[in-house]
Design a protein around this ligand. Sequence first.
Ligand code: BES
Ligand code: ZN
Ligand code: ZN
Length: 502
Amino acid sequence: MQITLNSEPIAQIQTEALVTYVFEKDGRIEGTLAQLDAATGGRLKALAEGGELAGKPLEMTLLHYPAGLAAQRLLVVGAGKPEKFTLAELRRLAGAALRHLKARSVKRIVFVPRESDCTSAAAQALVEGLIIGAMDSDKYKTEKKNGNKEIEAVQLAGWEATRLAEVEQGIARGRVVAESQNFTRDLVNEPSNRLTPCMLADRAQAMARESGLSVDILDENRIRELKMGALLSVAQGSDEPPRLIVVTHNPPQTPAAGGPIIGLVGKAITFDTGGISIKPSEGMEKMKYDMAGGATMLGVMRAIAHLKPPVKVIAVIPATENMPGGRAQKPGDVQVAMSGKSIEVINTDAEGRLVLADGIAYAKQLGATHLVDAATLTGAIVVALANVNVGVFGNQPAYTERLLASARNAGEKMWPMPLDDDYREMIKSTIADIQNVGSGKGGGAVTAAMFLKEFAEETPWIHLDIAGTAWLDEAKPWAAKGASGVAVRTLVDFVMNFGSNG
Ligand code: BES
Ligand code: ZN
Ligand code: ZN
């Protein structure tokens, strides 16, 4: 999808659809809308007075062949209350408008932001919304549901001539971030027979080569040499061999010795049956998305490769299936992780924390001074936060706060969760150092995070539980059903700010 700027007067723009938005209780048709209203001989005012242009969030008013405009259509999207309108709303609105028009076979559109949104940050959010909104997952359909409905070109119009260079930068950055988020979504949508751990490693390698990142794929032998007993214990139940994917961004300008190194660790269970503690069959097909944490980190690395922050970043992605094969680990087995800690595996379905334990240990061995992990780790986070917020855990409040600030910048909902020492009691094992599920009832997302904390130790570390947010069970007006790509934008912002603030 082509995205360019258009600096013609908006009434004269020839396009299939001109898009803008109106606020709720705005009443005042001003700025961009006033221009359109004047060109159309007062039609917008008349509609607003008749209550048809109420500005309710994502209300769509589509006018065909509006008199006075060169455009074939004018789409006015409801933007809700002006005081609640942020870049997050603008992003969604852009995506929703695009999807509305895509469904009507429109191919070329011109988006006119309101006068208050003519900034570089707004251009970025807009472009992100458009590119995320444009994606549909019909890869395996032999007959595309929407025929050949694709938006081919979008122009952004109405920007002040003095700000064009700045706006171009916003567009370029928005494109990188959103295409990286879609890269993640593509991987997450893949069924497990088309994305085994080896195939995920191949995809990571291809992405890294295209983007100029270094990549190291560790096979089973090297994983064994590193004594990653926790990762191997999960992999042993499957005929598909595991892989440990390592992708590195070395900044162009060598950073000061002793500078920070960010380690991004992502859970990549390409299918989670639960193992011997097998899951119920209903809904099990969705467990192909249990590699979303790993795919998130790959998307982040792709964006970083383009944006080149002056900080070293290493992504470590343990990839395996969790299967109940004849050699599968069994409840009660004791495993020894790479760090040397022994783990009693009470439940083989709590496998994410096992593979992450070794992923975190390896990231530290590679020199990571600051860690973030992302994982579809627990059903319990869905109980706590539903499908709305990502659960955020950490061992250093100031560090965690930086991530929450990035989530706000990126327009992603994330919420801090507790991690008091009291929860440590719940993962004490009778026979090993630690057990992989919490004893007693409740706090499943917290005990899972507590388990990971044992491996992060003193290194600043953040854990994102994306089990409830990585998958959309229903389409949103601004995004297709399926993988959401949550946390990619937040982590890109986090790493970019890390680069500038140390
Ligand atoms: N992959 C699941 C978590 C999950 C649940 C992801 C729902 C997406 C949606 C994870 O490996 C798991 O099975 N966790 C168990 C842990 C339990 C056995 C302690 C869970 O949450 O039920
Ligand atoms: Zn599981
Ligand atoms: Zn899992």
